[in-house]
Design a protein around this ligand. Structure first.
Ligand code: NAD
Ligand code: FE2
Length: 436
């Protein structure tokens, strides 16, 4: 791409290639009813159907079960998935997968369900001590040595894009912070992306997952450029996420255009089918984009926020459970990051602001961070997000603990367009305490 895009000019010794992985996907209203035929076409006879307690009795799971039955596919249901899963809940799911004697998997749910299904499939197919495949330096970060079983992913939220990614995220209980497993082998075989599922989504889930999608797209475009990535592996050893590249740029820009136009509408009106459908499509595009490009600071910082929050509950999420929805933790760390990173690639930050519907008329490179941060804050306020980390109970006294939680997230933090150390991470959290 050096010939047509100055950003991606190769450096001496840099990788001249980038690899994009994705499942075969089908998008459209009603496509959940194609689950059975897809399973049959994969040669499956008995599958484990992963979902969560709330969705287990939903019309969406019923539709998938009926489709499997009419295609003659036997199934066993696992509905013990924990929302915002942990290493313990991944263990429980793996035990189920090992004992259930299935030849494939179907997941029907949000990121929590799809990620749990990926992990259970992985450890049942390629048994290993749990930390073996977990991202280094928290885990050993070893390559998955062989194939896992076919997985048909059916997302029911419009945000994570997990149906397209080789990533499974969980909270490591001993560390009180999130981390993950990443391998091309975890990319689902087939994704059935049916926007009909979004009709039943509570407004808070639409908002949080929509901001997750937005951040995937923003982080893809503003990530370190792929010819400048730090992990030098090339060829077959090339990492799943390689930094910003022309393919991710295109998909992520399109996703941002939809987020700018439809996110607030989708939050405010469950009957706005156009807005909810466009958000479902945007989430899938952003998933393909960030799987190849990688996330960076907003996600790295969010993992500490999720791990350390106390007494925070959100309507629409499991009752009585303390959790910060993933997308909320991510967006709370957005404006502070953009103000800090914009100088590295002002054009890219301005392009993001424009795609999101922000006004960039007359904006200079020096304004890029403020312009993008300002547009994100506008969307946060319109969609009812909390006003910074203070709203979740964090203050100056927590900055050290937050920095300690975020520091080991090397995989994502080193994908930022600039180098940051502990002091900068602390300052970023301080700048995220309050926005308006
Ligand atoms: N693997 C990846 O690439 C990736 C990317 C981003 C985030 N994640 C992870 O995904 C998880 C978050 O997933 P999520 O944001 O999709 O939400 P979720 O799966 O945690 O679900 C949130 C809530 O929405 C409910 N719900 C889901 N679909 C519904 C529907 N159609 N109707 C009514 N209720 C519904 C669930 O029952 C739950 O209570 C986090 O653990 C996050 O770290 C993974
Ligand atoms: Fe995310």
């Amino acid at each position: 791409m050096a010939c047509c895009h100055a950003d991606f000019a190769a450096l001496e010794g840099s990788d001249r290639g980038f690899t994009v992985g994705m499942p075969t996907f089908t998008f459209g209203p009603g496509v959940l009813a194609e689950a059975g035929d897809n399973a049959a076409a994969l040669g499956l006879r008995r599958v484990a159907l992963f979902t969560d307690r709330t969705l287990a009795t939903s019309e969406h799971v019923a539709k998938v079960k009926a489709s499997l039955a009419s295609a003659g596919i036997d199934h066993v249901v696992y509905d013990e998935v924990v929302i915002e899963p942990t290493d313990r809940s991944f263990h429980d799911a793996t035990r189920f997968a090992r004992e259930s004697d299935v030849d494939g998997y179907v997941s029907v749910g949000g990121g929590s369900v799809m990620d749990t299904c990926k992990a259970a499939n992985l450890y049942a197919s390629q048994p290993a001590e749990f930390m073996t495949y977990v991202n280094a330096p928290i885990g050993a970060g070893q390559r998955v040595p062989g194939p896992v079983k076919p997985h048909i992913a059916c997302p029911t939220t419009a945000g994570t894009g997990s149906e397209t990614t080789g990533i499974a995220i969980f909270t490591l209980t001993s560390m009180n912070a999130k981390t993950g497993i990443i391998s091309r082998r975890l990319i689902p075989t087939i994704a059935l992306v049916d926007p009909d599922v979004t009709r039943t989504l509570p407004a808070n889930v639409v908002a949080s997952t929509g901001f997750d999608c937005m951040s995937h797209a923003l982080e893809s475009i503003t990530a370190r450029l792929y010819p400048r990535r730090l992990n030098p592996a090339q060829g077959i050893g090339r990492p799943v996420s390689q930094g910003a590249n022309p393919f991710s740029d295109a998909l992520a820009t399109q996703a941002l255009t939809s987020v700018g136009q439809f996110l607030v509408r989708a939050v405010n009106d469950a009957a706005d089918t156009e807005a909810r459908t466009e958000m479902m499509y945007a989430a899938m595009l952003a998933g393909v984009a960030f799987n190849a490009a990688g996330c960076h600071l907003p996600h790295g910082l969010s993992y500490a926020v999720s791990g350390l929050v106390k007494d925070w509950q959100v309507k629409g999420y499991p009752e009585g459970k303390t959790l910060v929805p993933h997308g909320m933790a991510v967006v709370l760390n957005n404006p502070s990051v953009w103000r800090h990173t914009a100088f590295a690639h002002p054009e890219r930050h301005l392009r993001c602001a424009r795609a999101l519907g922000g006004s960039t008329n007359g904006a200079t490179h020096a304004d890029a961070g403020e312009v993008l941060a300002g547009r994100v804050v506008e969307l946060m306020r319109a969609a009812g997000m909390p006003n910074g980390l203070t709203a979740l109970g964090f203050d100056e006294a927590h900055l050290d603990a937050l920095a300690t939680g975020a520091e080991p997230q090397y995989r994502v933090i080193k994908n930022a367009p600039i180098d940051v150390g502990r002091d900068e991470i602390r300052s970023l959290f301080r700048a995220a305490l309050r926005y308006w």
